[in-house]
Design a protein around this ligand. Sequence first.
Ligand code: CO
Length: 150
Amino acid sequence: MAIRNVVQVGDDVLRKKCFEVTVFDEKLATLLDDMKETVRKEEGAGLAAPQVGILRRAVVIDVEEGFFELVNPVIVESKGEQKGWEGCLSVRGKRGIVVRPQTVKVEYFDRTGKKKKLTARGFFARAVCHELDHLDGVLYTDRAEKVVKD
Ligand code: CO
């Protein structure tokens, strides 16, 4: 495993729409391993592949409920609303208030290409929405009603 450099806001790679993962190979496994090591070192709640310069639809989420790797994730259902603070490893020194769904159901693939589902609530749901936005070139600052210096 290796720690990868986290791309910072201003870099075009953060504004691109990512491509679906079509090959579940060793390269994908290495990317996910590296993303895990990187998000833990940076003490983030999640990290998306474009944040390490890879335009593929893969994210990792590291929250109280556990560590999750989501490949080609799609939100199939959202419910409710929550308002709260968010930050991003690609937008250092800032945080903002963002409205997100309270609950989301997600369909995704694991690193071996097996189809899975999960339901996330509260902060977990917030992290899922934040990371999935990255796959479409969206940053939380685009949605925030208020952004302040940390
Ligand atoms: Co982020």
